[in-house]
Design a protein around this ligand. Structure first.
Ligand code: GRF
Length: 205
């Protein structure tokens, strides 16, 4: 893939938007070589849309994925960034962002050390399972649920956390840094992909 100085990204989110805010800050400060061309949500009332509007960004509330895909294509989006997007993307949507190297140019952040605790409420699952270490994963999206090639992971201790809220607060702080940092090398195309153990292995330079 040709190296682009600035990538066009669209952020899809369904709720609060704290990861959106962290990414937007990294773009504004010049740490992330991206232009946020759209914030889209499947929920009209999602707080993330207000947050994006207040930064003067283009927003869209759209449930229908083929309509959303049409907009993303017209905006010539390079990477789709999922930040708390609560819908499963269709095969057509994912293949529209296929990279010739074998992954999709759709990135997600998941609040666990995948493959542990995929799906919903992963901080709760970690808290209630008695594990001492929880974590966060950034991965490329494939057709499965939280199964795509892993780009980055970071763990954090939770043995001293007394409530789920403490786990979530600690996790979100990790998410906000890890997402911007990982997107940075992804968008700069500073990574290589090879196969390891029958799966794609993503390695930053
Ligand atoms: C985060 O925990 C993210 O990992 C998960 O959904 C949550 C979204 O939070 N996928 P926010 O909307 O970015 O604040």
């Amino acid at each position: 893939m040709e190296l682009k100085p600035i990538s066009k990204i669209a952020i899809l989110a369904s709720g609060r938007g704290s990861n959106f805010e962290a990414i937007a800050s990294a773009v504004i400060s010049g740490d992330l070589p991206a232009e946020i061309v759209l914030i889209a949500s499947d929920k009209q009332e999602a707080p993330v849309l207000e947050k994006a509007k207040s930064k003067g960004l283009r927003v869209l509330a759209e449930k229908d994925q083929s309509a959303l895909l049409g907009v993303l294509k017209s905006l010539q989006v390079d990477y789709v960034v999922l930040a708390g997007y609560m819908r499963i993307l269709s095969k057509d949507f994912i293949s529209a962002f296929a990279d010739p190297r074998g992954f999709s140019r759709i990135v997600n952040i998941h609040p666990s050390l995948l493959p542990a605790f995929p799906g919903l409420e992963s901080y709760r699952k970690a808290f209630e399972s008695g594990v001492k270490v929880a974590g966060v994963t950034v991965h490329f999206v494939d057709a499965g649920i939280d199964t795509g090639p892993i780009c980055a992971q970071e763990s954090f201790e939770i043995s001293d956390c007394k409530t789920l809220e403490e786990v979530e607060a600690r996790g979100l702080a990790v998410e906000h840094k890890l997402y911007a940092k990982t997107l940075n090398w992804i968008l700069r195309n500073e990574f290589k992909i090879n196969e390891r153990g029958g799966r794609l292995h993503v390695q930053p330079y």
